[in-house]
Design a protein around this ligand. Structure first.
Ligand SMILES: *[C@@H]1O[C@H](CO)[C@@H](O)[C@H](O)[C@H]1NC(C)=O
Length: 119
């Protein structure tokens, strides 16, 4: 399984023709130094417990090894107490001023998502 994040940013905004190239690539553990886990209250008031990176790693919600990266919600706890199910919310450390395209190659894990298919 390969998890691959590629961000495309406009090369030269002043050029008339749209020209794009990959500006950042994160594979497996690269991700841990380049993205921030936001342990915040859900801005949409959902029933979720966003955890920081140390907690996400300790609880195996975030798993990075080699070219593998797994990000997931806690799908093994029945009826989690308030504020809700532990999960991860991530923000890139880099700031992009023009275009951002995120390309992710992934495999869905977890019995709760077993019947979900993604293109
Ligand atoms: C953490 O998750 C990864 C990916 O699903 C798995 O391979 C690994 O065995 C898990 N580690 C523990 C300690 O459960």
């Amino acid at each position: 399984m390969r998890s691959y994040f590629a961000l495309l940013a406009a090369l030269l905004p002043t050029v008339l023709a749209d020209t794009y190239s990959i500006s950042d690539t994160y594979i497996g553990q690269d991700f841990l130094n380049s993205w921030t886990h936001e342990a915040i209250q859900d801005p949409t008031n959902g029933r979720v417990n966003y955890v920081d990176q140390a907690t996400a790693l300790a609880e195996n919600l975030t798993y990075a090894n080699g070219d593998t990266l797994v990000l997931r919600a806690d799908y093994w706890t029945m009826n989690p107490p308030d504020p809700g199910r532990s999960s991860v919310r991530i923000r890139s450390n880099n700031v992009y001023s023009t275009h951002v395209v995120v390309s992710v190659t992934f495999l869905v894990l977890g019995s709760s998502l077993a019947d979900t298919s993604y293109p």
